[in-house]
Design a protein around this ligand. Structure first.
Ligand code: KIV
Length: 309
């Protein structure tokens, strides 16, 4: 068999680390079923996430909080068999990692029943104990900092995180603490590009951004957002970091390939997809909340504000 004909080896944590070191961008995308899993894998997506965004894009809810471990295990089970190369990460949903025991049970389910190779959990230094508990037991963990959609009922609204100096410093500290606790990967959601760069420079694990600027190890988006089929996107409410990859693509696989290519070459995210440092004044903040009528289902990213600066 010629080298070119060899099937690519399955992506593992070590390969993600190598990609970060080599400066090769990691293309990550959410996925919830077999058909798309097959296409994403064939299109060269490196990391596939069964995210709790499924509560919005699959179940039509307004938040992610109703998603259960059983939901994540079920969708992971649909996706896992169709990934030959891509690395499967599964979200731990709201409250499923509230204690060490719950976190271990949830991880066991999504890995053993679902076939995931890593779990992702939202939160800062307060989760370090859980991350360490899982990591030392052989559960690879992806941390998730910045905007944390599972906190919606506590914080009331989604907005760009880490713009104030103190908040940026705290997030940087959280990132280091979670890394030291054993996290092997990190997602940064909706933060200024400058902070995305700073955190990426100061930790040594791969950092995947969603609205965190270009200077991170890779990008992740919600599948339905790049295909322009999330209800609110099709109604014209597009978060700043979302790009419609169906534009100019011959078909769905072409759109996914275009996304992978754009991430790999650095063409995505462009400046118009990124957040600056400026803290919006009261007027801008007032206009930054979700513009979708509450009765409409919103994808996770659509529940975010889409500030234009
Ligand atoms: O649930 C999800 O889809 C996510 C990504 C957007 C990072 O957490």
């Amino acid at each position: 068999m010629s080298a070119a004909a060899k099937p690519s080896a399955a992506v593992q944590v070590a390969e993600l680390r190598r990609m970060r070191e080599a400066g090769e961008k990691i293309a990550a995308l959410t996925c919830y079923d077999a058909s798309f899993a097959y296409l994403e894998d064939r299109a060269g997506v490196d990391v596939v996430l069964v995210g709790d965004s499924l509560g919005m894009v699959m179940q039509g809810r307004n938040t992610t909080t109703a998603v259960t471990v059983a939901d994540i295990a079920y969708h992971s089970r649909l996706v896992a068999p169709f990934l030959q190369r891509a690395f499967l990460v599964a979200d731990l949903p709201f409250l499923s990692f509230a204690t060490r025991e719950r976190a271990l049970d949830a991880s066991q389910r999504v890995m053993q029943e679902g076939g995931a190779k890593m779990v992702k959990l939202e939160g800062g230094r307060e989760q370090a104990d859980i991350v360490e508990y899982l990591a030392v037991r052989g559960v690879p963990v992806c941390a998730h900092l910045g905007l944390q959609p599972q906190l919606i009922h506590k914080v009331g609204a989604f907005k760009v995180q880490g713009r104030e100096e103190a908040a940026a410093e705290a997030m940087l500290h959280d990132a280091k603490v979670l890394q030291d606790a054993g996290a092997d990967l990190m997602v940064l959601e909706c933060i200024p590009s400058s902070l995305g760069r700073r955190i990426t420079e100061e930790v040594h694990i791969p950092v995947i951004g969603i609205g965190a600027g270009p200077d991170v190890s890779g990008q992740i988006l919600v599948l339905q957002d790049i295909l322009n089929i999330s209800p609110t996107v099709t109604m014209g409410h597009r978060p700043r970091f979302v790009k419609n990859f169906m534009e100019g693509a011959p078909d769905i696989e072409g759109a996914i390939r275009a996304y992978v290519q754009a991430v790999k070459t650095g063409a995505y995210p462009a400046p118009e997809h990124c957040f600056g440092d400026a803290v919006p004044g009261p007027k801008a903040l007032a206009g930054a909340g979700p513009s979708t009528p509450a009765s409409l289902p919103r994808s996770k990213s659509h529940a975010h504000p889409s500030p234009r600066r």
